[in-house]
Design a protein around this ligand. Structure first.
Ligand SMILES: [Ca+2]
Ligand SMILES: [Ca+2]
Ligand SMILES: [Ca+2]
Length: 508
């Protein structure tokens, strides 16, 4: 029902209060990873998870979780529920308690806890009594009473060549190594162990090395330089996805909005380009980096607005004030993002209409869908002609909000060879396509989908549906759920804050 192992990511856990959470390797109650919670300023800060519809008010559940501290003193941990009662008052019952010693996993458990009849908005979280220590969390289970919660297997330690992770390198591993050559190894942990020479790929040389090790010819594995492929890959899609999933925040830090002394921010210019498809000039805003220099070349991020909106929405005028210029400027100044140009086009593209007239009408929807080709046919050539930009998949990114989010996913799928980084914020329903890419050349380096739990326009369900479709096809992507996020500025800011740190990062 609920089983978080943190082997694949944060499993929708997030920081509570000022705390932040990320997955870490090398400390685990099981597998190789756990969730590390730090930055706690109060006892009640910790790691939290919204319990989904599987957990019903009035029913009985067993809960279990393991925690570990590196504090010298013993720390008292609590597994606590938060919910609203019938009158809307928040209640915080502690359902399990344990005292943890330094560097030892302590077990929080309650074999029968009844979620009160009138409870709603239920969250499960881990906090402490009288300690602000950072801590590790692993193997969180919540299940109907009576479900047997098995003792988790111990942590697995990576030894090169020990493909089955049983602690010794023997003929069983050699069999698995041979199989791995015939049929590709997809499990990441298995791949790491099988890559005996640590060059980042599994190939015949690794099999030879494992065979030599098992027969006693060699006593250790050499470390070979990582394979450098075209474009000097820094991260694979899996690696960049994992990195960005860990860096994704619920709310961007408040100071990311503020202009800081000594930081130079970009300049916004309003321009037009000729759209062949619309047969007229269309406006766009362009954010040029501070000290834009024609003798340098910059990568380009395209940011698309939603239905009935315009080129100002994503940069200056949202529901409130947009802080895109500040967020981008601060991220570049701190070295978290590369110097880049950001383009905010008016995306509605029609030769017969100047703007959308209604949500349901076909002409309006077509006007937005036309942009999928217009960006490639008219806008990008115009930007390349008029600004000093880098081109190609390594240097081109697109993201968008709502209708623009759906369009950016369409653009990313249709023109995979041209866009290496694809994002979507609260994307609109109606997206078609294969939800996968058919070749390495067309697959982006980063796919990043954001949804808000308070989105009252497309719901969390629309972006979640897209996330599920990509997941079914095995496409690595960041699934970023903004707790409390609306169909608006908060979800957009939260997405942009993280997305711009991921774009243009996969290659040197
Ligand atoms: Ca684990
Ligand atoms: Ca083994
Ligand atoms: Ca290798």
């Amino acid at each position: 029902m609920l089983h978080s192992t943190f082997e694949e990511g944060k499993d929708s856990w997030s920081g509570r209060g000022s705390a932040s959470v990320k997955t870490v390797s090398g400390k685990s109650r099981s597998g190789q990873q756990s969730l590390y919670t730090s930055g706690r300023e109060s006892d009640w800060n910790g790691a939290t998870l919204k319990l989904g519809s599987d957990f019903k008010a009035g029913s009985d559940y067993s809960f279990s979780a393991y925690v570990m501290t590196e504090d010298e003193d013993d720390v008292s941990f609590c597994l606590t529920l938060q919910y609203k009662d019938g009158s809307g008052t928040a209640i915080y019952p502690k359902i399990a308690k344990v005292s943890a010693k330094k560097n030892e996993w302590a077990h929080l458990e309650n074999n029968s806890f009844t979620i009160p009849e009138d409870a709603s908005d239920i969250e499960l979280y881990v906090e402490t009594e009288e300690s602000k220590c950072s801590f590790y969390l692993d193997e969180v289970v919540g299940a109907a009473v009576g479900t047997e919660i098995a003792e988790p297997k111990g942590p697995t330690v990576l030894h090169k060549g020990d493909i089955d992770y049983d602690g010794c390198i023997d003929s069983i591993d050699l069999v698995l190594a041979r199989k791995g050559i015939v049929s590709e190894i997809s499990d990441k942990a298995v791949l790491k162990a099988a890559d005996a020479d640590s060059n980042g790929v599994y190939e015949i040389n690794d099999l030879v090395l494992i065979s030599q090790f098992v027969s006693g010819k060699i006593k250790e594995f050499p470390v070979v330089e990582p394979v450098i492929v075209e474009g000097q890959r820094k991260y694979t899609m899996e690696e960049l996805t994992e990195k960005m999933q860990n860096e994704a925040v619920n709310n961007e830090p408040a100071d990311s909005h503020k202009e800081k002394p000594g930081v130079r921010y970009g300049t916004i210019e309003k321009k037009t380009y000729f759209s062949k498809k619309a047969n007229k000039n269309k406006p766009y805003n362009i954010l040029l980096p501070a000290d834009y220099d024609e003798s340098k070349k910059y990568p380009v991020l395209y940011v698309l607005h939603g239905f009935f909106e315009n080129e100002n929405r994503m940069i200056t005028n949202g529901n409130g004030q947009m802080y895109t210029r500040q967020i981008v400027g601060n991220a570049i100044a701190s070295g978290d993002a590369k110097d880049m140009i950001v383009v905010f086009p008016f995306i509605f593209t029609s030769s017969t209409m100047n703007d959308a007239t209604g949500f349901g009408d076909a002409g309006s929807v077509q006007g937005y869908n036309n942009f999928v080709d217009d960006i490639v046919d008219s806008l990008m050539p115009h930007i390349e002609e008029n600004y000093s930009v880098l081109t190609g998949k390594d240097n081109t990114a697109v993201t968008g909000f709502s209708m623009g989010g759906m369009e950016s996913l369409s653009i990313g799928m249709k023109y995979g060879d041209k866009f290496g980084y694809v994002g979507a914020i609260c994307p609109a329903p109606g997206l078609g396509g294969a939800f996968k890419w058919n070749s390495e050349e067309e697959t982006p380096y980063l796919l990043f989908i954001t949804g808000g739990t308070n989105d009252n326009v497309v719901g969390l369900t629309t972006p979640e549906g897209y996330h599920n479709n990509f997941q079914k096809n095995g496409v690595p992507h960041v699934w970023h759920v903004v707790q409390g996020g609306n169909h608006g500025d908060d979800s957009i800011h939260s997405h942009l804050y993280t997305f711009i740190k991921g774009v243009f990062q996969a290659t040197e």
